[in-house]
Design a protein around this ligand. Structure first.
Ligand SMILES: CC(C)(C)OC(=O)N[C@@H]1CNC[C@H](C(=O)N(Cc2cccc(Cl)c2Cl)C2CC2)C1
Length: 333
């Protein structure tokens, strides 16, 4: 935290272009955790020392040890977060949490049951939800709300930058803007006003044609998702149009001929070129090209919804503005 200009930043590490996480500190003396700063949720949880090592995902990650923290405050209320792929269970604790050097007294969850799938694939230890308070389970005040109420930030917003080609792979900037990571001006889109980082999308075009979301639809800007997801009916047509016939892979020789896919938000088109939406990985010496769009049907009332994840934010520097309830996009450098 540099009090002079009221901003605080955390470098984000890029893991396989699918996970971007930064360090936070919990407790005194400091216990370090790598967390995903996730705009799609609003709670902080980390693995607990009291998570049985039989849970492989606990065994392989940093665990919070309340007995070793002088500033630990007992709570003990039960906690459970239902992810699509399994749920994380545990109990609440309170301690000093440092984000970008800003200390807050924070209620968070210690996970004592962590499903192997998907968390053995996680390089991060836990999740720090950057969503609105309305999304917070157990009505816990989220970290960023605690930081805003301290009045240490110049602006009540933060920027997320993701860049697979850069070291560090990204940056979370609280209360300010880092002009070296973007060019041009911000285009702003107001959130839908339901306490989520969601906006109205005007359409999804492939090449010159708007093929999906033609009547308008909802898009969630989700820093905690690796890819872009959409309703299965639309994504299956999108895959066929791109020629990703099986398992989201395309022939790497054809990548150059793939169409531009654009997302229309707030009167502005946000195109992704094939370089932006194809993940090129070499496996056993040969190139595998996977398309980073995924079909995901989220049931009402949350869905149907498109989710614009990390690979969208890699292309468009994103500002989450809590004061004005809007999201700003600028061309990433
Ligand atoms: C309804 C509610 C539970 C609040 O919804 C959410 O929390 N919704 C979250 C929205 N953002 C993405 C979150 C997610 O999918 N993961 C799992 C994940 C993502 C990328 C890579 C890996 Cl390895 C993993 Cl494990 C969390 C760790 C970020 C779910």
């Amino acid at each position: 935290l540099s009090p002079s200009n009221g901003t605080a930043s955390t470098a984000l590490t890029n893991y396989l272009d699918t996970q971007y996480f930064g360090e936070i500190i919990i407790g005194s003396p400091a216990q370090m955790f790598n967390v995903v700063f996730d705009t799609g949720s609003a709670n902080l949880w980390v693995p607990s020392q009291s998570c049985s090592p039989l849970y492989t995902a606990c065994f392989t990650h940093n665990r919070y040890d309340a007995s070793k923290s002088l500033t630990h405050i007992h709570n003990g209320t039960g906690f459970s977060i239902q992810y699509a792929s399994g749920n994380v269970r545990g109990f609440l604790s309170e301690d000093i949490v440092m984000v970008g050097g800003i200390p807050v007294v924070q209620v968070f969850a210690e996970a004592t049951a962590l499903p192997a799938v998907p968390f053995i694939f996680a390089k991060f230890d836990g999740v720090l939800g950057m969503g609105y308070p309305d999304m917070a389970i157990d009505g816990i005040t989220p970290v960023f709300d605690r930081i805003m109420s301290q009045d240490v930030l110049k602006e009540h917003d933060w920027d997320g930058m993701v860049d697979p080609q850069r070291i560090p792979g990204g940056q979370l900037l609280l209360g300010g803007t880092e002009s070296k990571y973007y060019t041009g001006t911000f285009n702003y889109v107001h959130t839908k006003g339901e306490g989520k980082w969601e906006v109205t999308m005007k359409g999804v075009s492939v090449g010159m044609e708007t093929l999906f979301c033609t009547e308008g639809c909802t898009a969630m800007i989700d820093t905690g998702s690796s890819f872009i997801t959409g309703p299965a009916s639309s994504v299956s047509v999108l895959m066929r149009t791109i020629g990703a016939v099986e398992l989201y892979t395309v022939n790497c020789d054809l990548v150059m001929s793939l169409p531009i896919v654009a997302f229309h938000l707030g009167g502005q088109a946000y195109p992704l070129t094939q370089e932006d939406y194809i993940l090129r990985q070499s496996q056993f010496g040969e190139d595998i090209c996977t398309v980073t769009f995924r079909a995901l049907d989220i049931p009402p009332p949350t869905g149907p919804v498109w989710i614009l994840g990390a690979n969208f934010i890699a292309r468009y520097y994103t500002k989450f503005d809590r004061r004005n309830n809007r999201i700003g996009f600028a061309q990433a450098v």
